[in-house]
Design a protein around this ligand. Sequence first.
Ligand SMILES: NC(=O)c1ccc[n+]([C@@H]2O[C@H](COP(=O)([O-])OP(=O)(O)OC[C@H]3O[C@@H](n4cnc5c(N)ncnc54)[C@H](OP(=O)(O)O)[C@@H]3O)[C@@H](O)[C@H]2O)c1
Length: 315
Amino acid sequence: MQTRPPQLTVCVLGGTGFVGTELVIRLARDGHWIRVPTRTLDDNDPLRVLDTVRLIRTDVHEPRALARLFGGVDVVVNLIGILNERGRATFKSVHVDLAAKVVAAARAAGVKRLLHMSSLGADAKAAPSKYLRSKGEAEARVRASAPALSWTIFRPSVIFGDGDSLTNRFARLLRLSGGFLPLARARARFAPVCVEDVAEAFRRAATSKATIGETYELCGPQVMTLEEVVRITAEVAGLRCAIVRLPDFVALAQALVMNFLPGKPFSVDNYRSLTVDSVCREDGCARLGIKPQPMLAVLPTYLGEHSTRVHLDSR
Ligand SMILES: NC(=O)c1ccc[n+]([C@@H]2O[C@H](COP(=O)([O-])OP(=O)(O)OC[C@H]3O[C@@H](n4cnc5c(N)ncnc54)[C@H](OP(=O)(O)O)[C@@H]3O)[C@@H](O)[C@H]2O)c1
């Protein structure tokens, strides 16, 4: 007979996001109680239909709000992250300061376990972009929380899946442009990892003592260039695709202009992140007993002409 893991109370910061939704659904299926803070309550949030999930409108940057959220919690998961700075949401405030506040509030509330989302290439000193340096600084805050907190850190490459901002964005751009795409850093290398595998890594770590104090790099089974990612996206979505590889000085100029467009579709900091490959040095998925899915097996389920988009009610 299979033994069920103990029922836990888990607070998932960033639980409404792309990775968070996938993780919260898995945790709910395991029978855990889940608290999900959010800045805006959305009536259409798919998490609303889950009995053991409570969406709470709150400001996680406010230490007293965190103290209330963490009361009686067994595991805190911090998935909150931004790709671009906007107003008060700077890399320092959202990645570094929030990580420190989460650590302090978790310790004060007697929480023992912290799962933290970082990124491949995170390095407080040597990374080329503010995004990656701030992810590295946040990791340092999390590591310094031991032994009071039992932490685990995850560093994924770029993540794909239903609702991603990678393949869906390229498919949208190709549709809008009739297939023509000027591409910055076309030869940058990634090992795209499926959102289901990333969520599964967090799910397993939530109940595994062996993962305490460990850092897991999460990669998919194939190393690909950005250009290859776009071509596969186009192929699966049935779109025309003519890529123009931008020389770096043109790509940088493009980023400088887009920095000032609403929503910052591509920023100078994004460009800098792309100057380092996002590939794993170790196989974190294998260490967790996960066999990561290749892009070609997953993309047709949500991008293809006959996509069988997986919905909450069919999981
Ligand atoms: N997606 C990738 O390819 C990728 C690759 C490597 C690492 N990561 C990391 O994985 C994590 C999750 O990524 P994701 O793609 O799931 O992100 P996402 O879909 O953009 O979700 C971000 C979540 O963070 C919350 N959030 C965003 N800005 C916030 C702010 N200023 N203050 C408080 N909460 C805020 C949002 O909550 P509400 O809007 O509900 O408040 C949302 O739940 C991030 O840390 C990211 O850096 C992602």
